[in-house]
Design a protein around this ligand. Sequence first.
Ligand code: FES
Length: 261
Amino acid sequence: MTQTTADSPARRQRAQIKERTLRTDQWWRYPLITFIIFTAFLVYATWAIFDTDYFVSPYHAPFASPCLATSCPPESRLFGFAPFGDWYTLPPGLLILGLPAGFRFTCYYYRKAYYRGFWLSPPACGVNEPHSKYTGESRFPLILQNVHRYFFYAAIVVGLVLAIDAVKALIGNPTGLGTWILIANAVLINLYTLSCHSCRHITAGRLNHFSKHPVRYRAWGFVSKLNAKHQELALISMFSVMGADLYVRLVAKGIINFPFA
Ligand code: FES
């Protein structure tokens, strides 16, 4: 009998089924809703990056934080830090956009979602895809998704910055609605970051004996519980960061007014 190995031609061929799918449920809903939500997020993020009303003391819009250019109002800078001099004239948000964007773009959950919703690869389980070849993430360019663990380290820093912004808002305006919106967003962003699969692996993924590492074991247990909710946290934190960002900009534009803001 002929053996098929992982790389044999027989294994690399796709199943020859004429019907696109035998599923009779509304399998198209998930990719369609994903496409609509992610497109809305991308449109908002593009607008926000070029919008200049990202700061109104003591609130800082998350999409532009940390503000690292000399064009940032002095109060908005993180510990007064502005390493990008006058030569930098593009929106400050562009400087840091790549870190949270790269983290989400390479996230396991988002990969599943946009492979289905945007690339239809495949659009759903048991539904044939329009592409003739499938090479997975085993070669260029998708093998680059492996950089996710490095984006995780950057996301820790971004989460910390958002937490600092929330504390600054709390000190500056303890009863403001915006303060509590920024606090809720910082908590959700950090929970999403901690629920990352890379975080779970880094915490204790390579240990052979949990009993010899009780602290790491406990941390792993906590991260594992969050990890079970990773998809939910990915989506909720996406809405929270967009909502918090929009709220600060509306206050900065004078559309929502203090003292209740
Ligand atoms: Fe989703 Fe790491 S797997 S953030």
